[in-house]
Design a protein around this ligand. Structure first.
Ligand code: SF4
Length: 466
């Protein structure tokens, strides 16, 4: 599971922006501003958020609601689908169509995430795909699904080439681990059968499997065993392995707030952190390249080039290229001249369905990112990837060399083997990636001291020169 579902920055830069009197023309909810922004992008990826799941998982902090008030059940295959007349989904499709009209070119990539988009009625899903392809099919079309929503009709869309990638939320093949996190579908035997029925090697489409590690009480080697078994069954081109995040406000957080033996949530995170090195090494032994902190891709079959089955849509986020997020709770990053603009669609189903004719209206909050916010996000995104922070790009955008902005932190990282510097980039080592959050805090503190070096205007043309 990922983003459009967004990485958001803290609001602390807003204060600095105010101090520096950085005024933005992008502060209203004005529909015309959004329309102009969409029409004006040189390239654009599209994220569509389907805010429904059959039932909420205990660890989930994404915006999604249970479907039980609004679903239909197929008599033929006993699957549950979102009611085809659902007003939220109707508005989402209208906005997708409107965005395609406004943009006037094929979207670069499309990612249908959630929630569980596997719950979409198949005719409705086809309508959504058609709306997004008004000016041509995107280079890459991905869809997320929970295993239990997979069926022949979804596989047909993949086999026909209407969708290129399926991202399947397996999370674990251990009943105990699935129950611990309160996963909404926790039958590993059925997951195995689903993989064997629909995802055998030799398929024409690409498969990603989502796994969660760092689960309280998980056995040493559980995640590696899951990887081995999944590869033997389905040989996926891509793996996403996320550390469990126990977010405040979730039922899982309540459950682990009072841990036995004086254990704290931080201890659980430490244990999980130790586990990561072994998992990452295991992925490399199995032939997967870690191209982002949680994402692993296999080499293109029989290719002599150094190309991998990476997810091009998610690479849009890490390279901070423009993307439009449609659906309640989705975020967008768009550009206009030297301005970087963040849209956030309100996480509110009623508002979204009540105004179903009023596309891109007041449910979307608009905010300009300051140079400092943009810089902070650039660090967060760049350091997650195997390419690292690209020195020339950084200089072109921010008009200051990364080594001048962060001399102390970078020296320390290089001395301690937490990062390497090449001619082109600063790249975190394996140990550096484990300590990413701590490293980012140190970087932000140093930027606070050197804030005068960051110009108020930034050169966004560099974002498109990659
Ligand atoms: S399936 Fe995914 S989005 Fe839905 S409740 Fe579970 S974690 Fe959240």
């Amino acid at each position: 599971m990922f983003l459009g579902k967004q990485y958001s920055v803290s609001g602390r830069w807003e204060e600095l922006a105010l101090q520096n009197d950085l005024k933005s023309p992008f502060t209203s909810h004005d529909k015309h501003t959004i329309v102009r922004l969409i029409a004006g992008q040189a390239e654009l990826s599209l994220y569509v958020h389907i805010p429904y799941c059959t039932q909420k998982c205990d660890y989930c902090s994404f915006f999604s609601k249970p479907t039980f008030h609004s679903h239909s059940r197929s008599m033929q295959n006993k699957k549950i689908y979102i009611d085809p007349g659902n007003a939220v989904i109707t508005r989402i499709i209208e906005e997708v169509r409107e965005a395609a009209k406004l943009f006037g070119k094929p979207f670069r990539t499309l990612y249908i995430g959630g929630g569980n988009p596997g719950l979409l009625d198949r005719e409705i899903l086809q309508e959504m795909l058609a709306a997004s392809s008004l000016h041509g099919k995107p280079e890459e079309v991905s869809i997320e699904s929970n295993p239990e929503s997979l069926d022949a009709s979804l596989i047909e869309l993949l086999a026909d080439g209407k969708i290129d990638r399926l991202s399947l939320g397996v999370q674990s093949l251990s009943k105990k681990n699935l129950v611990t996190i309160g996963r909404n579908f926790s039958d590993p035997e059925q997951i195995r059968n689903i993989l064997a029925d629909y995802c055998l090697p030799g398929r024409t489409w690409k498969l990603n499997i989502d796994l969660i590690t760092g689960i309280p009480g998980q056995e040493d080697g559980d995640t590696e065993n899951d990887m081995d078994e999944i590869i033997a069954l389905a040989d996926p081109e891509h793996l996403s392995i996320y550390e469990l995040s126990i977010e405040p406000g979730t039922p899982l957080y309540q459950r682990y707030n009072a841990l036995p033996g004086g254990m704290k949530l931080e201890d659980l995170r430490d244990e999980s952190g130790k586990n990561l090195r072994k998992i990452w090494r295991h992925a490399a032994e199995l032939g997967y390249k870690q191209y982002e902190i949680s994402n692993f891709a296999r080499r293109l079959v029989k290719s002599e080039t150094d190309k991998f089955h990476t997810c091009r849509h998610n690479q849009t986020y890490w390279a901070m290229k423009p993307y439009l997020g449609i659906g309640p709770g989705a975020a967008s990053t768009l550009y206009a001249d030297t301005h970087a603009v963040r849209l956030e669609a309100m996480a509110d189903l009623s508002a979204y369905s009540e105004n179903k004719k009023s596309l891109f209206s007041k449910e979307y909050k608009i905010e300009e990112l300051t140079s400092l916010e943009f810089l902070e996000e650039k660090l967060i995104m760049g350091l997650r990837t195997s390419e690292g922070l690209l020195k020339k790009e950084f200089l072109r955008i921010f008009n200051v060399p990364i080594l001048s902005l962060l001399p102390k932190t970078l020296r320390k990282l290089l001395d301690e083997g937490l990062a390497v510097e090449t001619e082109d980039a600063v790249i975190l080592s394996m140990n550096g990636k484990i300590l990413l959050n701590t490293i980012l805090v140190e970087m932000f503190l140093e930027i606070d001291q050197n804030v005068k070096l960051v110009p108020s205007g930034i050169d966004l043309t560099a974002v498109f020169e990659l």
